[in-house]
Design a protein around this ligand. Structure first.
Ligand code: PEP
Ligand code: MG
Length: 755
């Protein structure tokens, strides 16, 4: 009988789903080996998991080997083929295991009966959790296809194993909740804007990551019973399972089992079981929940492994949901509807989880307006404000807040008048954001201008299409990397890029390669601890240093571009040399795909992002080699003015009204014109309606911006003529101070449209 790899994928998928509901980890792993052995018709299927304390790989479950060796066979990394597979983090396929120099017989296991050997590492987020081993009597029984299949299966089960390990490894200590100090007199805090929009809701204070969970102080209206707790627990499980399913539809590029740690904990006897225990012994329900939640916060936050610390917010989230479900009226949701989160910091994955639970807004400590967390919030469409005022942590849970993401302000306990005022503002903004592009975009004197959308998430695509965007001028490919806990595979990336290209139906789509580093760090790669991350291994520099990651991404893009016009651009190009190196790597990957007979776009248009002063100076030379330029003004300003775009202390100095910025833009546009290559502007300057005169005046005809603002910007373009715009541009280029430029721009702008 033939092996059935496809069936195996389906069955493992089902098993993963089942696991979320009911299974224990032991059961789950046993079912995994059982399934794999049956589908692969293998004689032996074994899982070894690594125990960090002992520094050993422990035989954890098996089909085919004697069961009494479970937990007893322990291998050092590098010991035997299994240990070697673990140490080197690569799969090992042997027609005859004995031929491998690392082969080692373990007394009592009777392995001498088996010849064919296939060992696959179980890897999660760059760390190897264990090894999956298949054995068969027949020499050469396993094939390369089996090896590939097993690698995919191992990656899937790694998610569950990692979360289970986190929960199994914790010990038992408790911690006292810290009391919140009184905070009565402050009604207004000025912070800075993170994501536009106005949010209305009650404060949920998450505070600093390790702060204790306080529950909902002051709820005295009813005393919940054991039965109420069981109902709340049941509802919490159902809601989270539903959320997991919804998330996979909405954020398919980023999310895999994002709520699995929640579900695992809720199903664990040491967690919800402990709560039940305490309640049965007479502890009030809310106190029992808070005690167990704080116990886990303590354990996770004290662990030296940062991946444990990341689970702290998941625990707080469960506590919040359990209590919401405990006290809510029948038809209320257990989520964050009508609530605003106040926290010191959030990881991208946490932001996605909280937004999925309908949070109204975020008030975060510190930060800066272009930090990636703000870009993500803007994409999802949730207002966000940053403040470096420590007093935000002294706001009482449940305080009525208005969060103004346009101005970066927070108002506490607003009067009815203030509340109504903000409601009106909110409505007006919604009107602006619902304007679509209509017809061709022409200036007053009939010159064609193109408006494209900047996209961060696949979900932005819906808005871009709804607003009639004429193309995608910038796809920030890093979000799938940032929100996950591991590097996305070539296949995962291919699916995202293909979807973008398919949904835009042949319109221009420009994919930007990975731009991490700076403020966008991948938590699962070892921290680089750079003193100046914005001047360090960022964007294309990271890709050129990590050619494996870079090539995987390029191949996904090239494959996705098959049959479509494909544009790829590279962030933070510092020299013509950088660009030539990048071009060569692209060509190598095209050759590789073609040799392997894989369909791809073998003539992509390759462009450079203009974000550094050094490249402005050699733009003419670069234009000889690039198919297009895209000016990223967010970074260009940062590097020209020497101002960290995420540093609150210098944020008022970060301005695109500096004469040097205007002159640099002019130089780059002239260079592109001289070699007749395409050019667009994709930084935030493109959505500054006052600056559009200048941009059109120096010859820019393509702008890429937040899709929600496309209709509004079209309206501004139709009111200007190129002749006037050229005059304005000449005047601005002749000015030497920021102040003069500000005043001038305001004076020439049509009064009716002044923001
Ligand atoms: C820019 O720098 O202007 C840009 C568009 O890129 P990002 O904001 O993603 O750095
Ligand atoms: Mg940039």
């Amino acid at each position: 009988m033939a092996k059935s790899n496809i069936d195996l994928f389906y069955d493992i998928g089902e098993l993963l789903q089942l696991f979320e509901k009911t299974m224990s980890i032991d059961n789950f792993l046993h079912n995994v080996v059982d399934l794999i052995a049956a589908h692969m018709k293998a004689d032996v299927c074994t899982i070894y998991l690594y125990n960090e304390e002992e520094g050993k790989l422990v035989l954890t479950t098996t089909i085919g080997l004697p069961k009494d060796y479970i937990g007893k066979v322990k291998l050092s990394p590098g010991e035997g083929i299994t240990g070697l597979c673990f140490r080197e983090g690569r799969s090992i396929l042997e027609a005859d295991g004995e031929q491998n120099i690392a082969f080692k017989l373990i007394p009592g296991l009777s392995e001498e009966r088996y010849t064919a050997f296939l060992a696959v590492p179980i890897i999660r987020s760059c760390s190897t959790l264990g090894v999956l081993v298949l054995q068969h009597k027949k020499k050469g029984y396993f094939t390369v296809t089996d090896e590939r299949t097993l690698n995919v299966i191992a990656a899937q089960i790694a998610v569950v194993i990692e979360n289970a390990k986190l929960i199994l490894e914790i010990t038992h200590k408790t911690r006292k909740p810290k009391q919140v100090k009184e905070f009565n007199n402050i009604l207004f805090i000025k912070g800075s804007e993170g994501s536009n929009g106005i949010a209305f809701g009650r404060a949920v204070i998450i505070g600093k990551r390790n702060d204790a969970f306080l529950g909902f102080p002051g709820i005295k209206k009813k005393v919940p019973t054991l039965k109420d707790f069981e109902r709340a627990l049941g509802e919490t499980l159902i809601q989270l399972e539903q959320l997991q399913r919804d998330m996979e539809k909405e954020f398919s590029e980023m999310v895999s089992l994002i709520f699995s740690a929640h579900l695992l904990m809720l199903g664990d006897s040491a967690f919800s079981g402990k709560m039940l225990d305490l309640i049965r012994k007479g502890k009030p329900v809310q106190d029992a929940i808070i005690q167990v939640i704080n116990h886990y916060i303590d354990l996770f936050s004290k662990n030296s492994n940062p991946r444990f610390n990341e689970k702290v917010l998941d625990v707080k989230d469960i506590g919040h949901r359990l209590l919401r479900n405990l006290y809510k009226k029948q038809d209320e949701p257990g989520d964050y509807t009508d609530q605003i989160i106040v926290a010191q910091e959030l990881l991208p994955s946490e932001l996605v989880k909280l937004s999925a639970q309908k949070v109204e807004g975020f008030l975060l400590f510190g930060g800066g307006i272009t930090a990636h967390i703000a870009i993500l919030a803007r994409s999802i469409g949730i207002p966000m404000v940053f403040s470096d005022d420590e007093r935000i942590f002294r706001i009482h849970n449940g305080t009525e807040l208005i969060l103004d993401g346009f101005q970066g302000t927070i108002i506490m306990n607003p009067s009815k008048e203030v509340y109504d005022h903000y409601q009106i503002l909110n409505e007006e903004q919604k009107k602006i954001e619902s304007k679509k592009i209509s017809g061709k975009i022409l200036t007053k004197d009939g010159v064609r201008v193109f408006l494209y959308a900047n996209i961060n998430l696949l979900s932005d695509l819906k808005i871009a299409i709804k607003m009639n965007a004429e193309g995608i001028g910038l796809y920030r490919s890093e979000f799938p990397y940032l929100v996950r806990n591991e590097l996305p595979s070539e296949e995962d990336q291919y699916r995202v890029y293909r979807k973008l290209l398919e949904e835009m139906e042949g319109k221009d789509v420009c994919l930007r390669t990975l731009d991490i580093g700076g403020d966008k760090m991948l938590s699962y790669l070892s921290p680089s601890n750079e003193a100046n991350p914005f001047l360090g291994l960022r964007a294309i520099r990271f890709s050129l240093k990590n050619k494996g990651i870079f090539s995987t991404q390029l191949r996904a893009m090239l494959r996705a571009g098959e049959g479509f016009p494909l544009k790829i651009m590279f962030p933070l190009i510092a020299s013509v040399d950088d660009f030539l190196e990048v071009k060569q790597i692209v060509q190598e990957n095209i050759d590789l795909l073609q040799k392997a007979g894989v369909a791809c776009n073998n003539k992509p248009h390759l462009g450079a992002m203009i974000e550094l002063p050094s490249i402005v100076e050699v733009a003419r030379e670069l234009a000889l080699h690039a198919d297009f330029f895209s000016i990223g003004t967010n970074d260009l300003i940062q590097y020209m003015l020497g101002i960290d775009r995420t540093n609150e202390a210098v944020s008022t100095m970060y301005t695109h009204y500096h004469p040097a910025v205007f002159r640099a833009l002019n130089k780059v546009v002239a260079a592109a014109k001289s070699e007749s290559i395409d050019l667009s502007v994709c930084g935030d300057i493109a959505s500054d309606s006052l600056i559009i005169y200048f941009l059109i005046g120096i010859g820019v005809r393509k702008l890429s911006l937040n899709p929600r603002l496309l209709g509004d910007i079209q309206q501004h373009i139709t009111l200007l003529s190129v002749e006037e715009a050229e005059k304005v541009a000449r005047k601005i280029l002749s000015m030497g101070t920021t102040k003069d430029i500000h005043q001038y721009v305001q004076s020439v702008f049509p009064k009716a449209l002044l923001p």
